[in-house]
Write a protein that binds this ligand. Sequence first.
Ligand SMILES: Nc1ncnc2c1ncn2[C@@H]1O[C@H](COP(=O)(O)OP(=O)(O)O)[C@@H](O)[C@H]1O
Ligand SMILES: [Mg+2]
Ligand SMILES: [Zn+2]
Length: 963
Amino acid sequence: GQVGAQVAAAAAAAEGQQVPPEGQPGQTAGAQEAEEDLPEWACAYCGIHDPACVARCAATGKWFCNARCGTLPASCLVYHLVRSKNKEVVLHRESPLGETALECYITGSRNVFSLGFVPVTHEDGQNTVVLISRDPEVLASGRKDFDWDMDQWQPIVQNKAFLSWLVKVPSDHDVVRARHLSAAQINRLEELWKREPSATLEDLERPDVNVEPDPVQTRYEDSVQYMQVLDPLVGLEAEHDREAKESQQRSDVTVTWDVSLNRRNVAHFYYPQEDHELRLMAGAELRLRLPGSGGGGVHTDGKKGKKGAKGRPGKDKSGEWSAIGRVVKISPESNEVSLELRGRDAPTSITLGYAVEQVWKAVSFDRMRTALKLFANDETSVSGYIYHTLLGHDVEAPAINALPPAHISAPGLPELNHSQAEAVRTVLSRPFSLIQGPPGTGKTVTSATVVYHMSKLNQGQVLVCAPSNVAVDQLTEKVAQTGLKVVRLVAKSREDMVSSVEHLTLHYQVANLGTRKELSKLMQLKAETGELSEKDEKRYRAQLRAAEREVLQAADVICATCVGSGDPRLTNFRFRHVLIDESTQATEPECLISLVSGAKQAVMVGDHCQLGPVIVCKAAARAGLTQSLFERCILMGIRPIRLEVQYRMHPALSEFPSNTFYEGSLQNGVGELERVRDDVDFPWPAQDCPLMFYSQMGQEEISSSGTSYLNRMEATTVERIVTTFLRAGVHPSQLGVITPYEGQRAYVVATLLRSGALRQALYEEVEVASVDAFQGREKDYIVLSCVRSNEHNGVGFLSDPRRLNVALTRAKYGTVVLGNPKLLSTSPLWHALISHCRDRQTLVEGSLSSLRQCMVPLAPPRQFTFRHRLGGAQRDARRGRENRSSDHDDPDYRRGFASLPRNSRANGGMGTAPPPPAINPYDYFPRAPSNPYALGPAGPGVFGGYGSSLFTQPTDGAHPHVT
Ligand SMILES: Nc1ncnc2c1ncn2[C@@H]1O[C@H](COP(=O)(O)OP(=O)(O)O)[C@@H](O)[C@H]1O
Ligand SMILES: [Mg+2]
Ligand SMILES: [Zn+2]
């Protein structure tokens, strides 16, 4: 409390002088000053060292000033905190407030991104301010216990700088004379500090520091060159992923112990989470350790030197106890995690002093690299035709001798429409095809039909994949409906997670074989006792392997995620026919895993106008790892077969996406009448248009992670709209709230639970998630909270057309968009959407019970200006590495293709592909600009980071995926 009071007093003293007096004499920074003359507290970026203008990052110990230098989008101090993911700040001893750590008056929490202040009048009539965390709980207690006016709460970081009464803004004079680093230099410096905390600017010149990887290309000379480009990118991504996971360690965790129904130890503990890209989800794996337990006294099973091997608890070399477990429950409200441990043995009498860390697994990255190697070195990994096609060489397609089926629609699936049936016929007659279609056009239904015929027409098993588990399950279900024998291969670590296709999974089928008596007995024994004797364990494993092989061999179709198709249990299987759904969400090496078990007929399904794969490493993303194989195929000139009739949305909902993202080609397979719910009373401003833009003028704020945003006023409106829908009888599971920012997601969840007028259980069932998490899914009604609302900071990653496309195409019956039309209309894309709503009289403002037309002037319209930011081809050209010319004439074709005539795709050599679209859809789908801080389609998060869109998913490996 004392520090808070100090801050309060000093702040009061400084009140009213938001603008610092100019040109104070004395301490000024200057470029003239030699580096070594600068005091310890000089800003590590720019050198400014007025004690009142700088503060220390508590974690790195480095000092930064509160000025925006050069082109930096934030003050040096805020920029550093965001880049280094730190949040605590200490003021300078000689600053007006003295050496003070900024903290919450009530809780002592020191996260500056969630700290704000409220003015307070003391008994003696004196006006001061106090620092308080933006936490509904804390704000409530301030209101109740102290009678403070919490409606006046304002963040202490505004416009990406600290308020000047806390850390003074250096004078223009100082700023002009300070050292000016470019954002790129600063980013490289921050990267270097992670490895070498004492590195300086000079170190940036070292040749070993931050070499940019080679970018991806559209075509490749051969598979060796291909591997040389992609393998390092996978390596970078793996390294980044590992660092991010390992930085998530928590210590001094207090555990309460419990036993689950299957008699495993369950540890419950508090695991506060920020709105971080690595947000923990049920199913994730964590390692629980008891540091210092090596000294004896802790009972262990005595298995030495196997730290967490196979998830069994044991002592590592130091004798410390540790065990791996799976998160079975996580409460979004209380942040309590329940972790079910794999082994039986745990120090359950001890509650204090545990450490928790995320388990990083290399397996998905290893499989990608193995796939690249196989592709390069093993001539049987894919057919010659597919090999050359993937590298971008023109080759004649071999004939497929299977006769097309007379009846196209498959049993158990909807009767296909004309274009879907045509797609199936075409795909079956070709060795390699792409199917592209806007949301809801039956890509998955068509895929299942293709798989059905592939299996019936050919010998051998069909491999069916998608990048995410959710997408695989959806497809598995549809393929199974056709009556084929399907096995869904699930990663071992996910076996006991709930799945909609449980009965089709390999582990379920093995457990219910009925023919292997010994295996059943051993399984039962293992379940009861937890551990088998060494001899039994051996027998159990051998039996299990044999049973798994038996089930897999009997299947017509095997379904797995792309990474899962590299499972060792499939090592000896060959798959001539492969289909990959949602392939535009997979990285290229990921897709390759599914292809290199002998593919000679491959179908890739997807939509490059929706979101692509998630890449955490910026350098790898810049080099093009975000480009899917599907996209590269399109850049190479392979024409996708297109599906154009959608069965999801009310026609008024599909109109804007159709015109904006699909050149107006999207047709409706459902009529208005099928997509109107007369029973739901909602104040739509126009009868025939359930798409409304509801103007919101509340300000955005940086969220507690420092890398994301929230908007409190929009959160309140979300609650009102959700409540209205619930009252009108919409089932909570059919309502979705989409927000692109993780900070807002967390805040909306808290707001719904705290302020919702109806039963809490109802709000718990309303799904609140990022755009990325909603991809591939649908709800009856969607509320979209845009969050961004500011004077200078721009629209951020909302301006990515793919993100808007996905967000606007999730609802079947109605979509409500909440946002600031004035700001959003500065983006041409959003301008188009807002004008669309204005034309239909659905751009509204006011209270929900009396909506009126919103007359706010929009920004002047601009053209789409990001035409030239294309994928690999352009990048290649920029870098002057055109390799294409020699590809076709290379006499050294491998795999017997040397003498094949060149196939002219320009003349429609690929067969009966539909005519090319009038406008290249790529025109609207930019890559991230080279300067991620520029206005425009930057990455998510405050600084083009990836704060909001990534979630740690319980995938087979460590690769984050949106499920
Ligand atoms: N030919 C069709 N007739 C009727 N309904 C269809 C047809 N094709 C698809 N659907 C339905 O449309 C919805 C979306 O299909 P889905 O295959 O999931 O689309 P996508 O994978 O392209 O998003 C599903 O409910 C599906 O049953
Ligand atoms: Mg689908
Ligand atoms: Zn500075």
